[in-house]
Write a protein that binds this ligand. Structure first.
Ligand SMILES: [Mg+2]
Length: 139
């Protein structure tokens, strides 16, 4: 599992979802958490964190958001060399599931269908962590 010091960015236009994810993460012992309400604000936060040399190490983002959605955020994140390999987990609703295949093909680390339980979130994050470790060992 991600170490307690992992810097995590939660992106969702619904404050209640951000709070839910944050509370679940804190229950798992993860407490270095920042939030943004859309992709554009997330990019500003990511840039600021890079400047202060405290880069975000895990992004958990909603898909459907105003101004800049999760897929566009993902593309912009992957286009930033300094952020390149940061794990990116997408939150989707059931109705968006068809798009998920496209997202996985595009290199999204994992996806979580809303509504979700803490157990599911923990399992998904653990899977992302394991995948990242394997990837790091290879490179
Ligand atoms: Mg949304």
């Amino acid at each position: 599992m991600f170490p307690a010091s992992t810097k995590i960015l939660i992106v969702d236009d619904m404050g209640s979802i951000r709070t839910l994810v944050k509370n679940n993460l804190m229950d798992m012992g993860l407490s270095d958490i920042i939030e943004a309400s859309d992709g554009e604000k997330a990019m500003a936060v990511l840039t600021q964190c890079l400047k202060s040399r405290e880069p975000v190490q895990l992004i958990i983002s909603d898909w459907n958001m105003p101004t800049m959605d999760g897929m566009e955020l993902f593309k912009q994140v992957r286009a930033m060399p300094a952020l390149g390999p940061v794990p990116f987990v997408m939150l989707t609703s059931e109705s968006e599931l068809e798009q998920v295949t496209t997202a996985i093909l595009a290199g999204i680390s994992n996806f979580i269908v809303k509504p979700f339980t803490k157990k599911i979130l923990e399992e998904k994050l653990n899977a992302v962590w394991v995948k990242q470790q394997k990837h790091l060992q290879k490179s």
